[in-house]
Design a binder for this molecule. Structure first.
Ligand SMILES: Cc1cc2nc3c(=O)[nH]c(=O)nc-3n(C[C@H](O)[C@H](O)[C@H](O)COP(=O)(O)OP(=O)(O)OC[C@H]3O[C@@H](n4cnc5c(N)ncnc54)[C@H](O)[C@@H]3O)c2cc1C
Length: 474
């Protein structure tokens, strides 16, 4: 079969691939995009959009239980899981229909091939798809995302991934969640709100191990208070096996064997590159020891005409970063490797209950290289959180005593992910903490806690000119 000849071929239709294809098309390159499934990738179909919808439903259940406290009498909320899943599908469709990407891809003249099945390299410039397409391309950008990491233990096939969990037809009575990183914590938090009895197992000494220690401690305490059984440092898994009511996990710690069982076992122990079936070796593209595609700062792989962007490179695995990667990779593919992708300030957060979010350095990391001031304001001290009855959590600011700028911000509590965006802007612009305290943030708001932490910090640093004091009333 004669191949379609293009200047740039993009593999994968998630955020990284879409932005890469639009950028390449905009720069005048004859561009084609092939993707295994539907347009949108995990971000639209299996990641943030569906998860945020389920987390919103979990929040509604929680809020409904609070109504009595505000003098509103209703009966206890009852979850209709199939109807919720129908709502998730509706939201996913709606979000896709309103995404500007589709129009931009068309406007850029990109030839899009959805549902093409797995693409694989036939040689360094030729790609074939399961659906029978064949392309010859000058430059190729690999944006095939990531997949859940599998464990090499007997019975692993009895377990589920986060995607399977979203696909259940009812909320199961019991669930074990293995792995307490961002995905595992979200699964545990959501199903706990839906009435499932959840046990969360973490091999490391603390849940959310990449977060500031105070965040891990506070979220673990809140999870326990909400009824989730949190098992940290639980040992290592020996096997999974069928049990009368579902699946049993056998594990051992310090030579002592134990087991736990539940109707559903969800394993969320990390993420690996979605490179299965690509035949990267035929194109001379190397992977790193973790299995992710190795790239330099221009996002070039070990084959100089092949670039990679997004989760497949194993850098910060988030939608905004995937899109930035796509832009950089396509620009460099068309114009030559001039743009560098330095990891800029990246706010990160998760929609558990309570939410948590961070930007910049953890306190432990900052203390390694800076003389720091640490200011913590609790959620039960600020006006808006008290008004809304959302008093669990804190906002921690880590400030460089030498420059008075913010090195890190860590928040647990309602709207943490939104609040941290303001801290990210402060860090990105090098704003001094007293300048942040001088901004008259609206009252009473959740973001006000940041103004309060900034004002307290400014006073501690001797930069309190009186005009920052008002922020302490937030
Ligand atoms: C449960 C969960 C929640 C998340 N929540 C958030 C969040 O709140 N905020 C956030 O920013 N990020 C979140 N993420 C991460 C985010 O979804 C990813 O970082 C982002 O989707 C990565 O984009 P990508 O384009 O690199 O890959 P993907 O979105 O994974 O897209 C990869 C595309 O490549 C296609 N593909 C794969 N292999 C092949 C092949 N061989 N041939 C052809 N096509 C192929 C796939 O079909 C897919 O379309 C979440 C992820 C998960 C799992």
């Amino acid at each position: 079969m004669t191949p379609d000849t293009v200047d740039v071929l993009v593999l994968g239709g998630g955020p990284a691939g879409l932005v890469a294809a639009i950028r390449a098309g905009d720069l005048g390159a004859r561009t084609a995009l092939v993707t295994r499934d539907a347009f949108g990738g995990m971000a639209a179909l299996d990641g943030p959009v569906p998860v945020r919808t389920l987390a919103h439903a979990a929040r509604l259940v929680r809020d409904a239980r609070q109504l009595g406290r505000y003098g509103i009498a209703v009966s206890d909320p009852v979850l209709d899981y199939p109807r919720l899943l129908a709502r998730v599908r509706e939201v996913v469709d709606d979000a896709r229909a309103h995404a500007v990407f589709r129009r931009q891809v068309d406007a850029a003249g990109v030839a899009v091939h959805e549902h093409a099945g797995i693409a694989r390299f036939a040689d360094a410039h030729t790609v074939e798809t399961q659906s029978g397409l064949r392309f010859r391309a000058e430059k190729i950008i690999v944006c095939t995302g990531g997949v859940s990491r599998r464990l090499a233990v007997p019975g692993f096939e009895l377990t589920a991934t986060h995607s399977d969990a979203w696909g259940l037809t009812s909320a199961p009575p019991t669930m074990l969640v293995i792995g307490a990183g961002a995905t595992g914590a979200q699964v545990a938090s959501i199903f706990n709100a839906f009435g499932t009895r959840v046990e969360l197992f973490q091999a490391a000494p603390r849940i959310l191990p990449t977060e500031d220690e105070d965040v891990s401690t506070a979220v673990a305490a809140a999870f326990r208070a909400a009824g989730i059984a949190v098992h940290e440092d639980f040992g290592s898994i020996e096997s999974f096996e069928e049990a009368p009511g579902g699946v049993r996990m056998n594990f051992a710690k310090d030579g002592v064997r134990d087991s736990a069982e539940a109707a559903v076992v969800v394993v969320a122990v990390g993420w690996t590159a979605g490179t299965a079936g690509l035949d990267l070796a035929k194109a001379g593209v190397d992977t790193d020891p973790r299995g992710f595609v190795s790239v330099d700062s221009a996002l070039r792989t070990t084959a100089p005409h092949i670039f990679a962007a997004g989760d497949v490179t194993g850098r910060l695995m988030l939608v905004p970063q995937a899109m930035q990667d796509g832009f950089v990779a396509a620009t460099n593919a068309v114009r030559g490797p001039l743009l560098v992708n330095d990891d800029v300030v990246a706010p990160i957060g998760s929609f558990t209950d309570p939410e948590y979010a961070q930007v910049g350095m953890t306190e432990a990391k900052a203390r390694e290289s800076h003389d720091v001031l640490v200011t913590v304001v609790r959620f039960d001290e600020t006006t808006r959180t008290i008004v809304d009855g959302r008093t669990t959590g804190f906002c921690k600011l880590i400030i460089d005593r030498a420059t008075h700028t913010i090195l890190g911000c860590h928040i647990v509590g309602e709207r943490a992910v939104d609040i941290v965006q303001t801290a990210a802007i402060a860090i990105a612009t090098g704003l001094r903490v007293d300048d942040l305290a001088r901004v008259p943030l609206s009252f009473p708001t959740y973001t006000g806690i940041l103004g309060r932490a900034a004002a307290i910090s400014a006073r501690a640093l001797g930069r309190d000119s009186g005009e920052t004091r008002f922020a302490e009333w937030m």
